[in-house]
Design a protein around this ligand. Structure first.
Ligand SMILES: [Zn+2]
Length: 250
């Protein structure tokens, strides 16, 4: 039974490694999705800012159109001034010119501010777009690296599964069945007993059972946690065992 216990330990080590690799495999797409979400978020922000710029540019051309109208109005007022037949008409035209000119100046000021705003926004967006491009290529690169890493892990898992099957084939079917059902419920299915204590649940093994597992002739389970147990020292003296079997006993 000692070799069966050894194989179970080996099987368990394989299962643990496979589980570990499967976990890291699962973690990769989630991590990747997080960086892709970041990218989508900054791309979204950039699009919104571009939209705002378009809006400002539209307002700018509207103001330019109104400026032309203002200029026509000023010209009209000037014409009225030239055509004034009396001082009353002259005064009114002069007042209108002043008002129109004031409006014109205000609009020119507004347009100058818009030009400045559009220019600086364009510059900022140009820089922002560059940053987003850089982030995008880094995310793409991460994606490629992640794919390669996943393929690598999948390869390792396949390799380990094949090895595991070889080990499993050497375990007696009933023992394997017990191992599998304990593993399903407890995760760890095979544990050692050290100084009479089960290393799976830290409970003491009854003395009689402790004697039984020290002989190592049967597959026993812990009465508390129901895991397959073996005496720690039974596995330890592996090399000594080989030597003693190779050398003639004194
Ligand atoms: Zn136990």
């Amino acid at each position: 039974m000692r070799d069966q216990l050894k194989r179970l330990e080996d099987l368990q080590a394989h299962d643990a490694r496979i589980q570990e690799l499967e976990n890291s495999l699962k973690a990769i797409p989630a991590k990747l999705a997080a960086t892709q979400n970041d990218l989508a978020r900054v791309e979204g922000l950039l699009a919104t800012e571009r939209q705002a710029l378009t809006e400002t540019e539209r307002y700018y051309s509207e103001q330019k159109g109104l400026l032309t109208e203002d200029e026509i109005q000023v010209a009209g007022a000037k014409h009225k001034l030239a055509q004034a037949k009396n001082s009353k008409e002259y005064m009114a035209a002069q007042r209108e010119i002043d008002q129109r000119r004031e409006g014109l100046a205000a609009r020119e000021g507004e347009i100058a501010k818009l030009v400045e705003a559009v220019e600086s926004k364009k510059k900022l967006l140009g820089e922002r777009a560059k940053d987003v491009d850089n982030l995008k290529s880094s995310v793409d690169k991460d994606g490629d690296a992640a794919k390669a890493r996943m393929a690598e892990i999948e390869g390792k898992i396949a390799e380990l599964r094949a090895e595991r099957e070889k080990v499993a084939a050497q375990v007696k079917p009933d023992v394997l069945k017990r191992y599998s059902s304990i593993r399903m419920r407890r995760g760890l299915a095979v544990v050692s007993v050290r100084n009479g204590t089960c290393q799976g649940c830290n409970m003491n093994i009854p003395p009689q059972l402790y004697n039984v597992i020290q002989r190592g002739q049967t597959i026993e389970t812990c009465p508390s946690c129901h895991r397959i147990i073996y005496w720690e020292d039974l596995m330890k003296d592996d090399k000594k065992d080989d030597q003693s079997s190779a050398a003639p006993s004194a």
